[in-house]
Design a protein around this ligand. Structure first.
Ligand code: AKG
Length: 213
């Protein structure tokens, strides 16, 4: 069964690994990082088995429902603060540990938690932000895995407005590694679209330094 178009070296003739040459950032995209069979299986089971919730987000003192569903998983006692909310993690499950092990090898880093986002349709999105929370430390390595509908990942330099904004298509089964000082200098977003599209799942693996007692 073919759920989503799957981009790899073998289907496009394009390089499967792209290193983006950007100031103040180390960004590498691995297309088809997961084989199509694994990507299809993980998409289906994560969609069904994740503890998805629509959390509230507070922006400039006003509270809104987040325009996507989220879930936070990780080692015991890793808690994550995002937009004024503190999330306690659910324990790892077999799918998440399978993905984590593969991305840790590629990243040469270890992760103790993962934020999952479910973009149900084109009205779901995430606005411009940096993953620069204090508990992620200086120059965090963030491994971003995508399953399902391809959505464009926009990045822009926060301080050097003369640099062009970039769009990276995050395809089914891809891995995007973000490292170096990127989270201090570059913002990212996944914009809304009016197109009728299928759901997309994104997982960002992180290492949270500060733990709760
Ligand atoms: O869905 C994505 O690709 C981005 C998710 C994101 O920005 C985040 O989790 O901080």
């Amino acid at each position: 069964m073919s759920l989503f178009e799957h981009t790899s070296l073998f289907t496009t003739g394009q390089p499967a690994t792209i290193h983006y040459d950007l100031p103040d950032a180390e960004v590498t995209l691995y297309k088809g990082f997961f084989h199509k069979e694994d990507a299809d299986r993980l998409y289906t089971s994560l969609l069904k088995d994740t503890n998805w919730k629509q959390e509230d987000i507070t922006v400039y003192g006003k509270t809104y429902p987040t325009p996507r569903l989220t879930a936070w998983y990780g080692d015991p006692q890793t808690a994550y603060t995002f937009s004024g909310s503190k999330w306690e993690p659910y324990p790892w499950n077999a799918d998440l540990l399978f993905i984590k092990e593969k991305v840790e090898k590629a990243a040469g880093a270890t992760f103790n938690s993962v934020l999952l986002n479910l973009y149900r349709n084109g009205a779901d999105s995430v606005g411009w932000h940096r993953d620069n929370e204090e508990e992620l430390g200086r120059n965090p390595v963030i491994a971003s895995v995508s399953f399902g509908e391809t959505r464009p990942f926009h990045i822009r330099h926060k301080f050097r407005k003369e640099l062009a904004r970039m769009e990276i298509p995050l395809t089914h089964g891809s891995l995007l590694l973000m490292a170096g000082p990127m989270q201090h200098y570059w913002e990212h977003q996944v914009p809304k679209t009016a197109k009728p599209i299928s759901p997309r799942i994104n997982l960002t693996f992180r290492f949270v330094h500060k733990t709760t007692s």
